[in-house]
Design a protein. Structure first.
Length: 248
């Protein structure tokens, strides 16, 4: 491809905004022996490299152009190039700072996301642990409730048994008193039919009763002196003795 044709294609690429293609064409042009020292081609090439987004490479190319202008004494052109380089360097710094800031924010967001995940995991584990503890506590409460119910039922049965035993004891004592009283009345009437020790002890209603006294005739009786019946009997006896002192 001829040099003029390459120039036209490069300019068309720049007009179309295809700076990558334009930069490549200008690189090829600088490869020609006749164009190797063409500063205009170098400047166009550096411009296309800059617009293509290769800022660091463009700075390097601009510095070469600045050195060229300094060598030929083009102070004004060199200063313009140096200002452009300074702007590009500031842009690089800003872009680097922006990139670092973005990366820092991304890292911060990533850390926050990981922290949130860990907190969610910890929260879920805590919830599961609470449920386990609650299930264990519920089971313990149920066991305690069953045990308390069993103790209540047992206590109620024992109390019922005690009441029954107390009732049976009182009934046995009542029967024993009746038998003893009947035997005493028979003795007072002077009848020959007496209840002997053997007969008293063999009576079913007196089984397990402990006798605490024995009369003159060897008959076991209970101590009934503190009962209402005994008091009444004593009063009747005193009245009978007073009215008929020869009865006894």
């Amino acid at each position: 491809m001829s040099i003029p044709l390459m120039r036209r294609k490069a300019r068309k690429a720049v007009s179309a905004g295809d700076y990558e293609a334009a930069a490549l064409l200008y690189t090829q042009l600088m490869g020609h022996e006749d164009m190797a020292g063409d500063i205009d081609i170098k400047a166009r090439h550096a411009f296309c490299v800059e617009k293509a987004g290769h800022t660091n490479q463009a700075i390097k190319l601009y510095r070469e152009i600045s050195a060229y202008y300094e060598g030929v004494g083009e102070t004004s052109a060199r200063e313009s190039i140096d200002k452009m380089v300074a702007l590009l360097e500031n842009e690089v710094k800003e872009n680097r700072a922006k990139t670092q800031y973005i990366k820092a924010e991304q890292d911060k967001a990533r850390i926050a996301e990981e922290k949130a995940k860990l907190e969610a995991i910890a929260k879920e584990e805590a919830r599961i642990e609470r449920e386990k503890c609650k299930a264990i506590q519920d089971e313990i409460d149920q066991i305690r409730a069953r045990k308390a119910e069993e103790e209540r039922v047992y206590l109620e049965k024992m109390q019922q048994k005690q009441r029954q035993e107390e009732k049976a004891r009182k009934e046995s004592l009542r029967r024993a008193k009746l038998v003893a009283e009947r035997a005493r009345q028979e003795r007072y009437k002077g009848k020959n039919s007496q209840v002997t020790e053997h007969e008293l002890i063999s009576l079913p209603e007196l089984e397990g009763v402990e006798w605490i006294d024995m009369d003159d005739e060897g008959i076991f009786v209970l101590d009934l002196s503190d009962t209402e019946e005994a008091k009444q009997e004593k009063e009747d006896f005193e009245d009978m003795k007073k009215n008929n002192p020869t009865w006894i």
